[in-house]
Design a protein. Structure first.
Length: 259
């Protein structure tokens, strides 16, 4: 006995198509109020995210707020003021150093000049400059020591700054003496002809020697001859050894009183 399976019922194509249509229709979004609001929020959120990303990607002041820009400007202004103050302070320090250096240099220069003047007066250094050269010729004993002393005094009165007779330097402490018919300046014996050199204004010194009744005329009256020559450069090279003071001491300068 055989059994047979009944065939499946016939399929309705129209009914099957209608089921798929209903499924697709259910999957479609419904255009209602909630959907519209969600879409707007999504668009706003996307715009905000894009804007934030773009702003974050930019570097510079355009990304800062107004308050931040004002703060940065204030900081720059304060920094410029500090730099300007520091610049003025450094300039003042520089000017002080320059002025102080100039004053020190001027003081050193003045002290050096004064020291050189004192050395010339003391006869411890050579001296050169315009002046005169005087030559006295004759016989021993014709020119006396008072005449030679007057000659030195006339030169000093005429402004001679350095004087030399023979090989002797004439300074403030010098003396002129006569011994055994010979003339001496300090401990130096003079020999004829006598040569006198003086540094100073040449015209004045020459006139002081040659004026009527002056030294040249006196020397001639004593039987000797004297010739005065003005020169643009006269070298006084004789040196004097300054004596050591045994008793005299400089008076200490008073210290400035405190205010």
């Amino acid at each position: 006995m055989s059994s047979t399976t009944p065939p499946p019922p016939p399929t309705d194509p129209t009914r099957q198509e209608s089921g798929w249509s209903r499924l697709l229709e259910a999957a479609k979004p419904r255009a209602n109020r909630k959907t519209a609001v969600a879409t707007a929020l999504a668009l706003a959120l996307g715009f905000a995210v894009a804007t934030q990303v773009q702003a974050t990607g930019k570097q510079g002041l355009e990304s800062l707020r107004t308050t931040d820009l004002v703060r940065i400007l204030d900081d720059q202004t304060s920094r410029n003021e500090r730099l300007d103050l520091e610049t003025r302070r450094l300039q003042a320090t520089r000017d002080e150093l320059v002025n102080g250096s100039s004053k020190d240099e001027a003081a050193v220069k003045a002290a050096t000049e004064r020291l050189n003047q004192l050395r010339i007066l003391a006869g411890t250094v050579k001296a050169t400059g315009p002046g005169i050269t005087m030559t006295i010729t004759g016989q021993p004993g014709q020119v006396t020591y008072p005449t030679l002393l007057d000659l030195v005094q006339e030169l000093r009165d005429a402004g001679a700054e350095a004087i030399q007779i023979g090989t002797a330097r004439v300074v403030a402490q010098s003396y002129i003496a006569e011994h055994d018919g010979a003339l001496y300046v300090d401990n130096t014996k003079l020999t004829l002809p006598y040569t006198i050199k003086a540094v100073g204004d040449g015209d004045t010194l020459q006139a002081a020697m040659n004026f009527p009744g002056g030294i040249v005329e006196t020397i001639r009256q004593q039987g000797a001859e004297a010739t005065v020559t003005k020169a643009p450069s006269v070298l006084v090279d004789a040196l004097q050894q300054p004596p050591t003071d045994r008793y005299a001491r400089p008076v200490p300068s008073a210290s400035p009183s405190a205010p």
